[in-house]
Design a protein around this ligand. Structure first.
Ligand code: DGJ
Length: 344
């Protein structure tokens, strides 16, 4: 009898949960509030997506609390305190489950790189097949952005907890906006806006992905590219990036290369449609190759709200290969879903 009651109660509770949270997202709505499976706005800014064993993981800046402009600021360096890096998981890229704060701010050590008073931006996670570790790189900085370093953390599981290892200037050079890319041969690279954000450095990582190995190249020299998102399509490498205008939007740019540390050719602005010249008011952060679909990519942008950073939104749009130019177009869509890509 008791057992039956327990089963009935469980069923009611489960159904209740399904009914209140059962509205699944069926389409992408760029710029609108995007709720997770618990009905809370997704909070993962400047993020990156890792695909691992059938699941996508979205890591991003967990921005909580008031946005302030520090009293001594000489430029619009609006900030929220560092809370950590959030992690969400999804099978379909539309419905995301909050997995918690995978890397937490270190509150007890005021000298820590990831103390709430500091800056933590653009976390990206890659998986190292040799060590079995998940490795996170992020931009860490002082509140006035003079430190310009990369921070590294590792975990045994994609959802963390991540342990913060260290922060440093890769190859002793400044590193601000950054991303990671793992090539087919397992070699990983960090792309980072260096030299006062004027030149992109492509830093090769050590086999365990936790350091740079001393080999790097300077590319996009003096071109002031930020917000790099790197992916491979066929045999070519692509970098989507933004210009350098603080939290304000500017034009996106896509570039192509035959080899990752070789010469890069700028192809131009891939965005089309209303406000394309301002990247639809977004800034690039990642490009997702869609598993199981050929030539199908999602360009992920942040739409920053500089005076209320935690309410910053996301602009995810399809990226369509353009055979004529060797490049891609990113057309504006108010609402869309993955059916836009032809089946494999
Ligand atoms: C632009 C960068 O892309 C962001 O990550 C952030 O660092 C802002 N600048 C700060 O103004």
């Amino acid at each position: 009898m008791l057992k039956k009651l327990a089963i009935a109660l469980l069923t009611v509770c489960t159904l209740g949960i399904t009914n209140t949270q059962g509205q699944k997202n069926k389409t992408f709505h760029p710029k609108e509030v995007w709720n997770d499976t618990e009905g809370n706005p997704i909070n993962a800014h400047g993020g990156g997506i890792l695909y691992h064993k059938g699941t996508y993981y979205w890591y991003g800046e967990y921005k909580v609390g008031r946005t302030i402009l520090p009293a001594d600021a000489t430029w619009e360096r609006y900030r929220t305190d560092v809370t950590g890096v959030s992690c969400y998981s999804s099978k379909d890229l539309l419905n995301w489950k909050f997995e918690g704060v995978a890397l937490k701010a270190i509150t007890e050590d005021s000298e820590s790189d990831i103390h709430p008073t500091q800056v933590l931006e653009r976390p990206k996670v890659i998986y190292n097949k040799k060590t079995g570790k998940f490795v996170m790189w992020m931009h860490i900085d002082s509140p006035d952005y003079s430190k310009a370093e990369a921070g590294v953390a590792i975990a045994d599981a994609p959802t963390g907890p991540f342990t913060y290892l260290t922060g440093f200037r890769p190859n002793n050079c400044m590193s601000r906006d950054q991303t990671l890319f793992v090539d087919d041969d397992g070699t990983a690279y960090q792309f980072s806006s260096s030299e006062e954000n004027q030149t992109m450095h492509i830093n090769r990582l050590t086999e365990d992905y936790t350091q740079t190995d001393g080999t790097y190249v300077r590319r996009f020299i003096g071109m002031a590219r930020e917000a790099p998102a790197v992916f491979k399509h066929g045999k070519k490498y692509y970098m989507l990036s933004s210009g350098c205008t603080g939290w304000d939007p500017n034009s996106a740019q896509i570039a192509v290369a035959d080899s990752i540390m070789g010469e890069w050719t700028v192809l131009g602005d891939p965005c089309t449609g209303p406000d394309a010249e301002k990247t639809f008011y977004g800034q690039s952060t990642h490009v997702i190759p869609i598993q199981g679909k050929k030539n199908a990519y999602i360009a992920c942008f942040d739409m920053w709200k500089k005076k209320d950073l935690q309410d910053s939104r996301y602009i995810w749009l399809p990226m369509i290969p353009n055979k004529q130019t060797d490049g891609f177009t990113i057309p504006w869509h108010e609402e869309w879903n993955l059916n836009i890509f032809k089946k494999k």
